[in-house]
Design a protein around this ligand. Structure first.
Ligand SMILES: [Cu+2]
Length: 166
C-alpha cells in the first residue's frame, strides 16, 4: 500500500528521472536497450508467461493458469480477466477445502504472482468453441494501474505441468 504517486510525480518532473529508470537495481536483468520510456520509472511493468488451460473434462468450465510478473517500481492490481472465447472469466483461489472469489489480485513491485494448480486460478465458463488440445484461448488481463495485457493460453493435456518450477 505504498503511496508513491507524489514521489513518482516528483521523479518525473526531475531531470534525473531517466537515471532512476535505468537503475532499477533490484532486478538482475541486464540493462535494457535505451528506449525513450520516460515515464516508466515508477510505473508497474507487467508481463505474463506460461499461460495454459488444462483440457477440461466439461467443455463448459475450464481452469486457466499463468505467471504474472511486475518488473516495475509500483505495485499493480489485476482487476479482472476477459476472453472473447468465454462467457465469463473469474479469478479464484483454492484453499484446503474450498474455493474463494478473488475480485482483485495485487502484484507487488518487482514481484511475481503465480496462478497454478491448487492455488490461484482462472475459471472460464462457457468456452466457445469447446477447447481442443493445442488450441489457443485469448485472455485479456486488466489492471487498475497498468495497461491491459492480452496473452494466448494454450490448451494442454489435463496432466500438464508447466516446466518452470519455484
Ligand atoms: Cu475456481
Amino acid at each position: 500500500m505504498r503511496r508513491r504517486s507524489a514521489l513518482a510525480a516528483a521523479a518525473l518532473a526531475a531531470p534525473l528521472a531517466l537515471a532512476g529508470c535505468s537503475s532499477s537495481g533490484a532486478t538482475a536483468a541486464p540493462a535494457a536497450p535505451a528506449t525513450p520510456v520516460a515515464h516508466a520509472a515508477a510505473a508497474p511493468r507487467i508481463s505474463v508467461s506460461g499461460a495454459y488451460i488444462p483440457l477440461p473434462s466439461l467443455p463448459d468450465m475450464a481452469a486457466g493458469y499463468f505467471v504474472l510478473r511486475n518488473d516495475g517500481d509500483e505495485a499493480a492490481t489485476l482487476t479482472g480477466v476477459t476472453s472473447p472465447q468465454a462467457q465469463s472469466v473469474s479469478m479464484h483461489e483454492s484453499t484446503a477445502s474450498t474455493m474463494v472469489d478473488t475480485p482483485t489480485v495485487r502484484v507487488p513491485a518487482h514481484g511475481v504472482v503465480t496462478f497454478a494448480r491448487g492455488g490461484r486460478h482462472l475459471m472460464l465458463m462457457g468456452l466457445h468453441p469447446a477447447p481442443k488440445l493445442g488450441a489457443r484461448v485469448d485472455l485479456t488481463l486488466r489492471f487498475d494501474d497498468a495497461a491491459p495485457v492480452t496473452v494466448q493460453a494454450t490448451v494442454q493435456p489435463l496432466t500438464y505441468q508447466p516446466g518452470q518450477s519455484g
